[in-house]
Design a protein around this ligand. Structure first.
Ligand SMILES: [Zn+2]
Length: 194
């Protein structure tokens, strides 16, 4: 989905209105440039809508025929679609290559997570988006994907719902879905990666 590009003046006017709505004076020194700054920042943190920013995902033929679980972990930063406030945390990703399929350049996982996170998101959908994009890049040859995301949601912690601000989501496909021992192995690796 390509974003429509409304007139930047309209967006700035809208942001000005929002500043008025919270009781601010949009013309005072500290705020005069704020609508501009927000617009520029959105270009970066919402790049996940733009096709031209989509990372190219390098894959290779699985020449060694390896079938072992491959894992990657890192951090992510996103914006919740309900409140437009950040949620962020750690992701733990694993997939099972098939012996006659393709394998991922594992460094690409972080780029894909970053791209999918650069949209208004739900933690559950973010997990699915990452798996779908990587699965597609492998031409559907992977035997299964697992992703676990732990996040702190500012829309909850900032409002004092502290113990509800932490959220964990796990998403499994393929053999991870059907084989409990694979999920256990993955969760063990997650625990070790902490
Ligand atoms: Zn929220």
């Amino acid at each position: 989905m390509e974003p429509i590009t409304p007139n930047p003046q309209d967006i700035k006017r809208a942001l000005r209105t929002l500043l008025l709505a919270i009781g601010e004076d949009p013309d005072r020194d500290g705020l005069r440039e704020t609508p501009d700054r927000i617009l520029r920042m959105w270009k970066e943190i919402f790049r996940g809508y733009r096709e031209e920013d989509r990372p190219t995902i390098t894959t290779f033929p699985n020449e060694s025929g390896a079938e072992e679980m491959v894992m990657d972990a890192g951090q992510y930063y996103s914006m919740c679609e309900h409140h437009m406030l950040p949620f962020f945390g750690h992701y733990y990703f694993a997939y099972l290559p098939s012996a006659d399929g393709r394998i991922l350049g594992i460094s690409k996982v972080a780029r894909v997570v970053g791209y999918c996170a650069a949209r208004l998101q739900l933690q559950e959908r973010l997990a699915r988006d990452v798996v779908e994009m990587l699965s597609e890049a492998l031409g559907g040859t992977a035997r299964g994907f697992a992703i676990l995301m732990r996040g702190t949601h500012m829309c909850k912690t900032m409002r004092g719902v502290r113990n509800q601000g932490e959220m964990q989501v796990a998403y499994y496909t393929g053999e991870f879905k059907t084989d409990a021992s694979l999920r256990a192995e993955f969760l063990q690796m997650v625990a070790a990666a902490k």
